[in-house]
Design a protein around this ligand. Structure first.
Ligand code: HEC
Ligand code: HEC
Length: 220
């Protein structure tokens, strides 16, 4: 390294080398981020849009909405699909070749999309079913040892850093997951939801799935 006799010059040379180092690092970091951003849009268009929609709205009610889903929850599920801990013929294949950085960028993209909600039903029978669901969500089923969903998934079904957002999700997907938890066919992290879902009657499960699909963010 450059050694100067003059102590002041030595300091100046040192800080120049430091500044150059920081600059290089920033350029490299920016380049890595940019590649990832482009790569992410490419992955979404090539591999995800067909089922989950451009902005996570989902093209069909059997596919989960990813719009506004919580970032860390998405990261965890994608990693679990990739390593096979959460089994799904479709998603195990979709996640097989995605890297950690790509997973994080995909999660950030979908988490940043605006939340969506289904309209309230106008059929009388469905409206009453919706009320059954509201009760289960807020109070659980105290006669059957089922805790309120809202204690973990949030007052408006918004979830948390690690817990999934349920608000506005497709009813059909929610029902399918409740069945999968109940039979332990959802293979990753199913302990809590298995104990909840196995006690839900079909009426309660249908009610709560319908109710959740209509939940909007609290501010609306
Ligand atoms: C052919 C349809 C299809 C494609 C393409 C697809 N998915 Fe999925 N995805 C599904 C299905 C079906 C599930 C639900 C799996 C289950 O039943 O557990 C799912 C689940 C998920 C979940 C978990 C959601 C939750 O609420 O737990 C995430 C995250 C996800 N997909 C992300 C992606 C990403 C990112 C891509 C693109 C790389 C992608 N998917 C491509 C069909 C698809
Ligand atoms: C004690 C906490 C707790 C309670 C109470 C609870 N859940 Fe969950 N729920 C979880 C956890 C934890 C997960 C995520 C598991 C994972 O990370 O894979 C989850 C996941 C889910 C999922 C999957 C979401 C997705 O996007 O795939 C659904 C659906 C769900 N819960 C519905 C319910 C309903 C309906 C109730 C009330 C009847 C309820 N939960 C009560 C903790 C809870």
């Amino acid at each position: 390294m450059f050694e100067a006799e003059d102590p002041e010059l030595r300091i100046r040379a040192g800080s120049w080398i430091l500044a150059a180092g920081v600059g290089m690092f920033a350029i490299q970091a920016q380049a890595a981020e940019k590649v990832t951003q482009e790569r992410v849009m490419e992955i979404i268009e090539e591999s995800c849009t067909f089922c989950h929609g451009d902005r996570g709205e989902a093209s069909n009610p059997i596919y989960p909405r990813l719009a506004h889903q919580n970032r860390d929850y998405i990261v965890k599920q994608l990693k679990n699909f990739r390593d096979g801990r959460r089994k799904s013929d479709i998603m195990n294949e979709q996640a097989a070749d995605i890297t950690d950085v790509e997973i994080e960028a995909l999660a950030e993209y979908f988490a940043a999309q605006p939340p969506l909600a289904h309209p309230l039903p106008d059929d009388e029978q469905e409206r009453l079913l919706h009320k059954v669901g509201a009760y289960i969500f807020k109070y659980g089923d105290p006669y059957n040892d089922i805790p309120p969903c809202s204690t973990c998934h949030g007052k408006a079904g918004e979830g948390s850093k690690t817990l999934p957002r349920l608000a506005g999700q497709h009813r059909q997907y929610i029902l399918k997951q409740l069945k999968a938890f109940s039979k332990r066919e959802r293979t990753n992290d199913n302990a809590i939801m298995h104990s909840v879902a196995r006690r839900l009657s079909p009426l309660a499960a249908n009610g709560v799935a319908l109710y959740l699909s209509t939940l909007k963010p609290l501010s609306e």
